[in-house]
Design a binder for this molecule. Structure first.
Ligand code: IVH
Length: 700
């Protein structure tokens, strides 16, 4: 294109408008101090939209016009988190919080804590390259999340370009996407008017909105975003507090409610204050997060397999409401478990309307002596569905009626059964009870299991109704033409589903095992079982005693596994899945990482957080080799308490490095941080865990 004066002027104006709009956007959404009216803002935006339309050659994905969103439907690509997004240990108890502070101070001495609000939304990780937003990803399972960049760009509190100049060339910043109460109320009012189902609470609404397939819808929903953690290799400071102050200067919305506390008492005061004051905040919070401030201290404290040991979330006690119990429904879950669900007179609770609550089981109903017509207390316990916690006996009406727990399945009529040692009632009709069949298929396709995209609960129902899918193995016999003939499914969605089913053949063994839906075999247990038995044949042949040799498996789980494989129907399904090409064995490449590849490691002594077997499993899972004795080729020893003196002597003689349990956990955490990709250098096992090691600022 020829460079003309007019073009140059247009470009100058585009540049100027972008700068202006970014500035005013920040003033409005981040600093809460607008300088121009909405009308003026919209006028500038309109001008920019028109100019960009006339000059596509100046398009820029980070332009403020990206915030308008688009009505193109997007599928979310899966992205691997460079630094895993761990969760936090939770507590509702001040005593436990005191123990946390004491434990920290015992290990590293008196130190600073940063107290922050725990925002009740959905976690987000934003990646900035050279000051521009390049990716926004949801937490997903902590290792992989959804790429929601187009949606995140519509959120005005998220800067598309940064201000200042001392941000690292590449970094991630993490925080929470929130739906302020005002947006939530407006959204639900609109949905009610349109006859659409309402969102249960602002957290669900935020999470649901972020996963909208049309960014133009997201743009209208009034989401907000507060950031609380930096991750990267060249962070400007070595503490949470300083980095957050710095990030504010780059244009991020960082809470001004965070405080540095020097003692347990100060932390307790912060909590006491916000437990009440939070009710005046315009957005939902559900607790306080307490973090050790300095990164060096964080590194010294390390991680457990799920959460950092340098932070804890104190959760506020749930608010209660009193309302009338109208009736009780009995729901059947995928394992056949029956859950009583209470229908309530609608009542306001923590900013939302509650109409239903769980009652757990017959024992609890009897214990609380809950009757129809009673005034009952409902509580929101961090979970989505509120629960009934008590009865106001003083207000029991004279005509209240006790109600009986069902004795037959409310769906298929089969008499209910109870397993030994369990309070729950179950419908034993696994193969013909509709909610169980559907539940198993829906569990199987979940992201954490086979991750079959495009198939939701509704489509599964359609497939079941049409007779195409009766069990999980039937999924692998589906053809695009079968699907396209279903109501509400076009060719494109049908193709996507088939592609996604095909891709699930590569899903690693541990997730296939989780997907089978064996009672009590959750995600973690499935990981341990897969690592221990290596393949399905070994697992199927294992006795209860052998099963219990695997970590996390006790008698209850062992029995459930044996029952599952004893069932002929289950064995047939596994045979068909195997024929369909699913992964029924662990492979080398399915290691959690290769950070310990080629390393010979000895585990010796007793450990505070893990059993020796757990550590050995972790070593193998990260590519290392377990050695029983110290030898010249030993790379390092993971030493606990009371390590054998002979081993110690030999190690000293050979100059073999000795690492503690927390150092070891930090090594593999670093591996997780670095990702599992082959092109990354494997972290050397020396240096990485010392306090001044050149790892990323914040060890997620
Ligand atoms: S820090 C490794 N700080 O709570 C620590 N999390 O229960 C990473 N959350 O997944 C989290 N407010 O979604 C942190 N001020 C805060 C938070 C916060 C809310 C959420 C976050 C996290 C979850 C953990």
């Amino acid at each position: 294109m020829r460079y003309t004066y007019t073009n140059y002027m247009s470009y100058e104006r585009i540049r100027q408008l972008r700068e202006l709009l970014n500035y005013h956007n920040r003033k409005y959404y981040v600093d809460n101090s607008p300088e121009i009216s909405d009308f003026e803002f919209d006028k500038l935006m309109r001008e920019l939209i028109d100019l960009e339309a006339a000059h596509p050659e100046y398009a820029d994905p980070a332009s403020p016009t990206a915030r308008v969103g688009s009505d193109i439907t997007t599928e979310f690509a899966t992205v691997h988190h460079r630094f895993p997004m761990l969760s936090l240990s939770n507590t509702y108890s001040i005593a436990e919080l005191r123990e946390f502070v004491e434990r920290v101070e015992k290990e590293i001495g008196p130190t600073e804590f940063v107290c922050e609000l725990k925002f009740d939304g959905t976690a987000i990780s934003l990646t900035y390259e050279n000051g521009r937003l390049v990716q926004a990803a949801t937490r997903g399972d902590g290792e992989n999340g959804d790429d929601v960049t187009a949606n995140a760009k519509t959120i005005r509190a998220i800067p598309l370009t940064l201000t200042g100049n001392n941000y690292p060339p590449l970094f991630e910043i993490r925080g929470e996407i929130l739906m302020p109460y005002a947006s939530f109320d407006r959204l639900n009012a609109e949905r009610e008017a349109a006859g659409e189902p309402l969102f249960a609470n602002p957290r669900n609404a935020a999470a649901g909105t972020l996963k909208q397939q049309q960014s133009a819808i997201v743009a209208k929903r009034g989401l907000d975003c507060t950031l609380y953690q930096l991750a990267g290799n060249a962070l400007p400071h070595q503490s949470q507090w300083e980095n957050m102050q710095e990030a504010r200067k780059w244009g991020f919305k960082i809470s001004d409610k965070m405080r540095i506390c020097h003692s347990f008492n100060e932390i307790e005061e912060y909590i006491a204050y916000w437990d009440t004051a939070r009710k005046e905040l315009p957005f939902p919070t559900d607790g306080v997060v307490i973090k050790v401030n300095r990164y060096a201290d964080q590194r010294a404290l390390g991680f457990t397999s799920k959460a950092p040991k340098w932070a804890v979330a104190y959760k506020f006690k749930a608010e209660q409401a009193l309302t009338k119990l109208l009736s009780v429904d009995f729901q059947v879950g995928r394992t056949g478990a029956i859950t009583p669900v209470a229908n309530l007179e609608p009542v306001q609770l923590a900013g939302t309307t509650v109409k239903r609550a769980t009652l757990h089981n017959a024992e609890q109903i009897a214990q609380l002596d809950i009757r129809l017509g009673d005034m009952v207390y409902v509580e929101k316990s961090g979970e989505i569905i509120p629960k009934i916690t008590g009865v106001e006996l003083a207000r029991r009406p004279a005509d209240s009626r006790a109600f009986a727990f069902v004795t037959t399945c409310p769906v298929c009529g089969t008499p209910l059964a109870q397993y030994e040692g369990e309070v729950k009632m179950y419908c034993p009709n696994q193969s013909h009870c509709r909610p169980q069949i559907l539940g198993r298929i829906i569990h199987f396709i979940r992201r954490k299991a086979m991750n079959i995209d495009g198939l939701g609960a509704e489509t599964v129902e359609l497939l079941f109704e049409s007779g195409l899918v009766n069990d999980i193995a039937d999924l692998y016999d589906l053809h695009a033409t079968d699907l396209a003939s279903l109501p509400r499914l076009g060719d494109k969605s049908a193709d996507n589903i088939i592609r996604s089913i095909a891709a699930s053949r590569e899903v690693p063994f541990n997730r296939v095992l989780f997907g089978l839906g064996i009672r009590f075999v959750g995600e973690t247990t499935a990981k341990y079982l897969a690592a221990h038995f290596k393949n399905i044949d070994a697992l199927m042949q294992a006795s209860a005693a052998e099963l219990m040799e695997s970590d996390e498996v006790g008698a209850k789980i062992a029995d459930s596994i044996i029952d599952y494989f004893a069932d002929e129907g289950n064995r047939k399904i596994i045979a068909r899945l195997r024929k369909a090409g699913l992964q029924f064995a662990m492979e080398q490449s399915e290691l959690l990482s290769k950070v310990l590849a080629g390393k010979n490691i000895v585990v010796s002594g007793k450990f505070a957080e893990h059993s020796r077997d757990e550590l050995k499993t972790l070593i193998e899972a990260h590519g290392g080799k377990n050695q029983s004795g110290v030898a010249a080729n030993t790379d390092f020893i993971v030493a606990g308490e009371n390590m054998g003196p002979a081993k110690l002597q030999k190690a000293q003689k050979l100059g073999v490095r000795i690492v503690s349990e927390s150092e070891f956990m930090a090594i593999i955490a670093t591996a997780d941080n670095a990702g599992n990709t082959d092109d990354k250098p494997t972290a050397s096992t020396d240096k990485t865990t010392t306090a001044d090691a050149p790892v990323q600022g914040s060890l997620f």
